[in-house]
Design a protein around this ligand. Structure first.
Ligand code: SF4
Length: 297
């Protein structure tokens, strides 16, 4: 049984940047705390915690202030209220918001100030959306389906439609089509800055959507696909489904302990891949364990 690690899987550049900022900051002496899990991947969190990073909640910000820690804002970004609270507490922030998310926030703010009805295709409680909601005073409609949009959107108002950066492109296209039929003044944000390697014409990050094409080919060329990601990773769920759509023998795992012998029965080629928050080093560890425990090469 041949076991291969997808050479194109691994961190997106936004996550690489955030992790690098964290590592550099940790070398500078003062304690560094991060607001919320730095990445949806428990293994990488453990590695950074061994270097001294501490994960805290918003409620623990006063504690961070008392301990003189600097606080890192992760790639998902934060709402303006967090910046205000840190300023009031005298906390130095290390802002590692992904530039693509920062751009999304900036555009939502711009259209909000112009009086548009803001509609966002996304998950209301996802940290990226919590940040985006903050920049328009929560005066926006977050939808996860066409039905929800058709019930909640006021068709008479000038409307602008955005997407969380990690949503499914096909579902977003369906939403655009449905709203176009009802909303007279609909603007769908096609910002050049957010265009990814596969020319995603929406605010879905090209780092996610650009991988879909490659993943389909990778998954189709394997008998079994092991998809490694944190269970909280949005793009992990999307990209795993992309693999499953072409290869039903796709299995989602967070940790190598979840691997099962029966998955590999009769397989001659096993592919290991993952989300934009899955480190390459962990996918190689999963591949090593498959070889060792189930007889691969
Ligand atoms: S998936 Fe895209 S938007 Fe999200 S952190 Fe990575 S580069 Fe930034």
């Amino acid at each position: 049984m041949e076991v291969i690690v997808d050479p194109q899987a691994g961190f997106c550049w936004g996550v690489v940047r955030t992790v690098q900022i964290a590592e550099q900051s940790l070398q500078e002496g003062t304690p560094v705390y991060v607001l919320g899990a730095i990445i949806h991947n428990p293994r990488e969190i453990e590695r950074l915690e061994r270097l001294g990073l501490r994960t805290i909640t918003h409620e623990q910000l006063p504690e961070a202030a008392r301990e003189g820690a600097r606080v890192l804002i992760r790639a998902h970004g934060e709402p303006p209220s967090t910046y205000r609270q840190a300023w009031q507490l005298g906390i130095e922030l290390i802002d590692a918001t992904c530039p693509i998310v920062a751009k999304l926030q900036e555009r939502v703010r711009k259209f909000y100030l112009q009086g548009y009805q803001i509609v966002i295709f996304g998950k209301p409680q996802h940290p990226e959306i919590v940040g985006v909601r903050g920049v328009c005073n929560d005066d926006c409609i977050i939808v996860q389906s066409v039905d929800e949009a058709l019930t909640r959107v006021d068709f008479r108002r000038p409307t602008v439609l955005f997407s969380q950066t990690t949503m499914d492109k096909t579902a977003f296209a369906e939403l655009v089509e449905a709203l176009r039929q009802h909303v007279e003044h609909l603007r769908v944000e096609f910002p050049e800055e957010l265009v990814g390697e596969f020319h995603a014409k929406d605010t879905i990050c090209g780092q996610v959507s650009g991988r879909e094409h490659h993943l389909r080919r990778f998954a189709a060329a394997c008998d079994v696909v092991i998809f490694v990601a944190g269970r909280a990773s949005s793009n992990g769920k999307v990209l795993c489904e992309v693999c499953r759509s072409v290869n039903p023998r796709t299995y989602f795992i967070e940790s190598a302990e979840e691997l099962c012998a029966e998955w590999f029965e009769g397989a001659s080629r096993v592919g290991v891949t993952g989300a934009t928050s899955t480190p390459q080093w962990y996918m190689h560890e999963v591949a090593r364990q498959i070889r060792q425990r189930f007889g691969g090469a």
